[in-house]
Design a protein around this ligand. Structure first.
Ligand SMILES: [Zn+2]
Length: 241
């Protein structure tokens, strides 16, 4: 507040700071392997994402004899993904944030399993997000060598297809960066899976890896690898938006 100061010194400092932060943020955004420190200009700012951790409660999903259950992996990756997305400025809604099945939320079918799926589609359609991501772990009992991520999208949704292609590629990259080469795949077009047919926003079902493959099973339970997967998905979303 001294007399010697100009009329708008603070304003000039603010402009300088703004320019520096913007320049720094753009630099960080350019190197696609690094997530930005400042989230306010990322492509995810203001976007809404529904994350649907598959199964839960009575429904464990895919399992292995050693006690590994798909539902726990899905939820654990969902929390990590939520955290990275929020750091990037996105608004995140989880269909479940604890170990529960969602069949209690409606009475629209006699089948418990169907009510659970209806509840997930209903949440997505109520929130009406920019995209939804349903997280799962695959299983192929007769083929223990089969491994790696697989992404499914609704056949008649070109946006979902583009999203699926980006996520598939980045997830394969995450496996590679952990020292595990997995087969390159294209995402799968589908027109029968309940969620894909009934959720109205663009979105995908992500099979993060295979419960029936020993390497995948070990990786999928490793918190560091779960973070890698979450970061890979966010990199894909930043390219998508
Ligand atoms: Zn599943």
């Amino acid at each position: 507040m001294g007399k010697n100061r100009g009329k708008f010194p603070d304003f000039k400092v603010l402009i300088l700071l703004f320019v520096l932060v913007t320049a720094g943020n753009l630099l960080i955004l350019k190197s696609s392997q690094t997530l930005p420190v400042f989230w306010f200009f990322t492509p995810l700012s203001g976007r809404t994402v529904v994350i649907d951790p598959g199964h839960g409660g009575i429904d464990g999903g895919a399992y292995h004899g050693d006690g590994t259950l798909e539902k726990h992996i899905n939820l654990s990756v969902a929390f990590k993904l939520k955290s990275v997305l929020e750091k990037n400025g996105a608004k995140v809604v989880l269909t479940r944030a604890k170990d529960e099945s969602l069949d209690y939320r409606n009475n629209k079918s006699k089948s418990r399993h169907k009510r659970d799926l209806i509840a997930r589609a209903d949440i997505i359609n109520e929130v009406n997000p920019d995209i939804y991501l349903s997280l799962h772990v695959n299983a192929e009992k007769n083929s223990p060598a089969t491994r790696g991520p697989m992404v499914f999208y609704y056949r008649s949704s070109p946006e979902s297809r583009r999203l699926a292609e980006l996520i598939q590629a980045h997830l394969e990259e995450a496996y590679k960066s952990a020292g595990h080469s997995v087969r390159k795949r294209n995402p799968y077009a589908n027109s029968t899976l309940f969620l894909l047919c009934n959720a109205r926003s663009p979105g995908v079902i992500i099979e993060l890896g295979f419960m029936t493959n020993a390497d995948d099973r070990r990786l999928l339970q490793n918190p560091d690898f779960q973070n890698k997967l979450a970061n890979a998905i966010v990199l894909a979303l930043r390219e998508y938006f």
